[in-house]
Design a protein around this ligand. Sequence first.
Ligand code: PGA
Length: 252
Amino acid sequence: MRKKLLLGNWKMNKTPSEAKAFALAAGEMVDLAVEHGIDVGVAPTFVCLEAVKSNINPKCIVAAQNVNEHEKGAYTGEISIAMLKEIGIDWVILGHSERREYNGETSVACNAKIKALLANDMTPVYCCGESEKTFDEGKTKDFVRHQIEEGFAGLSQEEAAKVVVAYEPIWAIGTGKSASKEIAEDTVGYIRLVLEGLFGGAIAEQIRILYGGSVKPENVSAYMSMPDIDGALVGGASLEPDSFLGLIKGML
Ligand code: PGA
């Protein structure tokens, strides 16, 4: 049985003091989620990680929004796995469509990061999803299959089972135009089939796959009612404690 997961992606929002205020306000709602068997987490910017980690309910996952795959060295502006580990961060979002679009992040680059994270007992949240043009052309499944195949290349079954996937159609991110639960389930179910082809049915059944794209307190329960959708990666609606609590309640 896969455990439900709610992960807030704060993107480039909140200063450290704002992030700390959220962390202090979120204590009870994290308990509520955990009591109901739901994993819950937030992904602040790098400069806010410590403020959140040291002030939030310790049961809350705190994730970074990116990491560099190299151990250390001449990579100006980058953050290493050791830096994250030292402040207690062991989850990292990878391959978000905004990083793919604005920072040239590829699935092949994500694959190297996934391997580096797994080698350090950390959890990657690997994002995939198609553009509106690809969706309109009916090429979503081919596109997403390619992203999954490249992102998971060379992983053992044991490693693959530890990766969390987030399916986020780009046309639904921050647009208010969420994918219907049927469309989301169709692609998420397909991703599970692709994973089954790569790693076998038993492993594919263990891998958590989230939906993301304009998830809100009002629509989260619809996604959670679908058999292959194990949770949500949420941007805008994860930024305020009230709304975050609404998401948790919608998942109960
Ligand atoms: P959104 O963002 O919930 O604001 O649409 C989702 C995401 O980009 O992870």
